[in-house]
Design a protein around this ligand. Sequence first.
Ligand code: G3P
Length: 218
Amino acid sequence: MKFFIDTANLDDIAEAQALGVLDGVTTNPSLMAKEGITGEENIINHYKKICDLVEGDVSAEVISTDFDGMVKEGEALAALNPQIVVKLPMIADGVKACKYFSSKGIKTNVTLVFSVGQALLAAKAGATYVSPFLGRLDDISTDGLHLIEEIRHVYDNYGFETQILSASVRNTMHVINCAKIGSDVMTGPLSSITGLLKHPLTDSGLAKFLADYEKGNN
Ligand code: G3P
């Protein structure tokens, strides 16, 4: 499973990259705003900085909600760097724009997906990635992982190449469960990746090894 980091924070991206396990980055307008990145020029410059930090795909979301606007914005974003994936909302014009970009060989990520039907539409429109929002479904007492399982089943039935990018991942158990059910990618905060490192038996075992080494060498 590919690991993407879901942030616009350059320090967090650099830390995940340095760990050697990062495959890409996803952003959205809320994450940009959280970092204080506002205005078209600053946002474009920020995407360039993110692309310089990582080697993999970087999802950049359009703000337009009409087909023409999405195409204009998406083409400008895609021209920044081959790493850029045009992120489009799951609305009718987003599906049309997805079809347009996929026919031109431009990578897409269809976001704000909350049902199997939406995921099916994204795949038929040739999306590179589909982003079901796991955490936000869990927030409303709906089983987000079950949705991802169902999308996996439907995609496998027909051999769709669209990659399931489990988004709105919040914690390490989300990451582990996404891996168990065959999600192609997960995107979450830095803590959902670094949290996987932690185990008390690793810490106590290492402390014992080092203590025994010291004893044997002194
Ligand atoms: O990738 C989508 C993600 O940014 C949404 O996450 O935690 O705001 O639901 P969250």
